[in-house]
Write a protein that binds this ligand. Structure first.
Ligand code: UD1
Ligand code: CA
Length: 458
């Protein structure tokens, strides 16, 4: 069960804490992904604050997840108690995770479950040692090191606050035992909340064993209460992903400024320049180069694709050996075929650019189908919108479009046709034709000299 009902006051946010994005995924989504990978039988998420919003935001991660409402947030013990009815008759192990501890690895979770079973404990807690334990519950032990209990910081004495071993907020319980113990937890003296860790000494008193697992790397159990901790967690997650990429053969020229979402993939011998941001579910093939200042989201790049500086690429597909940028904007549903080129200051929207075609400069292509080996001159615009609806432009294979052409859609330029520079094209052009759609030029001989003389008279 995942605890996600709190508001997260220390975030100072209108958005409930567990939905704050961490590398593009809601914080608690990371916890649900972990549960999925562990293959747990059932996942219960306790929600309360902004319950509907949490439920909606978690839909992509919540396949088979059961949501349980905690109407009033009376503490973590109270949160676990809300699942009692749903778990009626369940005799197994209950993994309980704070929704704001998103960086735990599968290995640590397996160690927790393994230790719990091996020691036949009634409860097993993950702890870690921090130089600065501020904000966490401190683990109290007797002289021989046996577990005594956990004291929350606000309730701790000065000497207890000096304890460096903290409660990570990740537990495994024997389900029937924990509910019996939780019913005996009393509200705390200071905050009036029912604390889940209070169930631990109750289990010990009842003759049960409480085991613990010390996480060697405290970064795995960072709890996020503040924006600073959110940034810290993102830094940890980011480095994990970047290190994994380098291990599989990706060059990150400046790992400190390379941002790649955990769900994205980059192939070997690809090179990521400084300040690159790859988001969502993006797949980049082998031998690609992505230069500085690019943001690529939910897109697929083939092999040996070059993306020059400053591009934004969203929900698009780019085939092998295509070249994009600098400063190109590929909006959703753009498909760039093999060896095509989309150059400087070009915007593409919901269009296909065929194999070997070139759109090198200052152009807008929207709702268009562009064939193979087409050349589109600088400053060309598909006029796809008439103020009411969008219309399609079709440019067939081997068409040559001169510079500064307006193609007023719907319109079709036939195979092998040419369109003169500066044309406004409102009618279809037949294959192999030459289209002029501009005013006739008139030259008046000697007229410039006459004007100049008139202007410069004393
Ligand atoms: C908790 C632990 C603390 C531990 C720390 C680790 C308690 C009392 N304290 O403190 O020992 O060191 O986590 O990060 O458990 N929640 C609910 N319902 C509630 C209250 C909280 O669902 O009524 C959820 C919150 O949304 C959050 C999680 O439980 O995801 C933890 O709550 P939080 O208030 O952050 O606990 P901490 O003070 O961090
Ligand atoms: Ca917390």
């Amino acid at each position: 069960m995942v605890m996600a009902a709190g508001q997260g006051t220390r975030m100072h946010s209108d958005l409930v804490k567990v939905l704050h994005p961490l590398g593009g995924t809601p914080m608690v989504g990371h916890v649900l992904e972990l549960c999925r990978r562990l293959g747990v039988k059932r996942t219960l998420v306790v929600i309360g604050h902004q319950a509907e919003r949490v439920r909606d935001a978690l839909a992509p991660f919540a396949n088979g997840v059961e949501f349980i409402i905690q109407t009033e947030q009376r503490g973590t013990a109270h949160a676990v108690l809300q699942t009692e009815a749903a778990l009626q008759g369940f005799q197994g192990d209950l993994l309980v995770i704070n929704g704001d501890v998103p960086l735990m690895t599968d290995a640590l979770a397996e160690t927790l479950l393994g230790t719990h079973r091996k020691t036949r404990a009634h409860a097993t807690v993950i702890t870690t040692k921090l130089d600065d334990p501020r904000g966490y519950g401190r683990v109290l032990r007797d002289r021989r090191g046996a577990f005594k209990g956990i004291v929350e910081e606000v309730e701790a004495t000065a000497s207890q606050r000096r304890v460096k071993e903290i409660n990570a907020g990740i537990y495994c319980f024997s389900a029937p035992r924990v509910f019996a113990a939780l019913r005996q937890v009393r509200p705390s003296a200071v905050k009036g909340e029912m604390y889940l860790p209070e169930a631990l000494p109750i289990l010990v008193k009842a003759g049960g064993r409480v085991a613990s697992v010390l996480a060697d790397d405290p970064r795995e159990v960072l709890g996020i209460n503040t924006r600073a901790e959110l940034a810290e967690a993102y830094g940890i997650l980011r480095l994990r992903v970047v290190n994994r990429l380098m291990e599989v053969g990706v060059t990150c020229l400046d790992p400190a400024t390379t941002h790649v979402s955990a769900l994205s993939r980059v192939g070997r011998d690809s090179v990521l320049y400084p300040q690159v941001q790859i988001e969502g579910y993006t797949e980049i093939g082998e031998g690609c180069t992505v230069h500085s200042g690019c943001r690529i989201r939910d897109s697929r790049l083939g092999n040996r694709v070059t993306v020059l500086d400053g591009c934004v690429i969203l929900e698009s597909e780019i085939a092998d050996e295509a070249a994009i940028g600098p400063y190109a904007h590929l909006r959703p549903e753009s498909r760039i075929r093999r060896k095509a080129k989309v150059g400087n200051f070009v915007e593409i929207k919901k269009s296909l650019i065929g194999e070997g075609s070139k759109v090198p400069h200052l152009t807008y292509v929207g709702d268009a189908i562009v064939g193979e080996r087409v050349n589109i001159g600088a400053g060309t615009i598909t006029c796809n919108y008439d103020g009411f609806a969008k219309h399609q432009t079709v440019i067939e294979d081997e068409v040559f479009i001169g510079s500064n052409v307006s193609l007023v859609a719907p319109v079709r330029i036939g195979c092998g046709a040419m369109v003169a520079a500066g044309s406004t094209i409102t009618q279809d052009v037949a294959p192999d034709s030459l289209a002029f759609g501009r005013a006739q030029q008139v030259n008046k001989e000697g007229r410039a000299a006459v004007i100049r003389r008139a202007r410069t008279k004393p």
